[in-house]
Design a protein around this ligand. Structure first.
Ligand code: PGA
Length: 255
């Protein structure tokens, strides 16, 4: 009942021309794979060109961040008003934003509220550091992040958002979490936190992805878990063969 979703987080990679070319290469191949929602999240600079390259193809478009105000003296920021009509999704609270750009749970919450106010679906990232995992703090940390991110949001919005569980130590390291560990956090911590806040029905409606060193060679293990509804993919989303393979393997596992 939850459609799996594979989202490519291109991070700070690809020029406008490269981004458009990559999407033109991927889109027709992705169209042949039913049952999986596919999304690409290029840098801001390439959103327009990628939107045009997508055309009518069955491929969603997302931004990697945004500010929560509609306009004003916020040099260097991009607003939800600017993204509305351009893309459908926005990644919020990625650990790289939290680590390198000082994003806080409160700011992530404001951004989620603003995204919904402008018709954008947030992909909200949560996850623990290696030190936190080793200290046995994963569950508490991730549950707190979920609670803080969703503070004050109505249930009808929460059921539409996407959560990406991305353990920081697994991102870009080539060392993914085990499917068992990912499943334990997604089912045991994230859905439990959602159930506590919004009840079981909403907790079962929310799509929760895994992210962190997902590759064609390991995605099947994650997708075999019923509580894992897809993946947020960095490195392996940057070439067409890998991204198409990730979507195909997800369709097979979930089909
Ligand atoms: P990775 O990145 O797939 O390169 O580990 C995932 C992410 O940061 O979303």
């Amino acid at each position: 009942m939850r459609t799996p979703i594979i989202a490519g987080n291109w991070k700070m990679n690809r020029t406008i021309a490269e981004a458009a070319a990559l999407v033109k290469e991927m889109a027709p191949r992705l169209a042949a794979i039913p049952g999986v929602e596919k999304v690409v999240c290029p840098p801001f600079t390439a959103l327009s060109a990628v939107k045009e390259a997508i055309g009518e193809a069955d491929l969603g478009l997302g931004a990697q961040n945004m500010y929560w105000q509609e306009s004003g003296a916020f040099t260097g920021e991009v607003s939800p008003l600017m993204l509305a009509g351009l893309c459908q999704y926005v990644i919020l609270g990625h650990s790289e934003r939290r680590q390198f750009f000082g994003e806080t749970d409160d700011g992530v919450n404001l951004k989620i509220v603003a995204a919904f106010a402008h018709g954008l679906v947030p992909i909200v990232c949560v996850g623990e550091s290696l030190a936190q995992r080793q200290a046995g703090q994963t569950e508490e940390w991730v549950a707190d992040q979920v609670q803080a991110a969703l503070m004050g949001l109505p249930a009808d919005q929460v059921r539409r958002l996407i959560i990406a569980y991305e353990p920081i130590w697994a991102i870009g390291t080539g060392v993914p979490a085990t499917a068992e560990d990912a499943d334990a956090v997604i089912a045991g911590t994230i859905r439990a936190a959602l159930a506590e806040m919004y009840g079981d029905e909403v907790a079962q409606a929310v799509r929760v992805q895994y992210g962190g060193s997902v590759k064609p060679a390991n995605i099947a293990d994650f997708m075999a878990r019923p509580d894992v509804d897809g993946a947020l993919v960095g490195g392996a989303s940057l070439n067409a063969d890998d991204f198409v393979a990730l979507v195909r393997l997800t369709a097979q596992a979930k089909g």
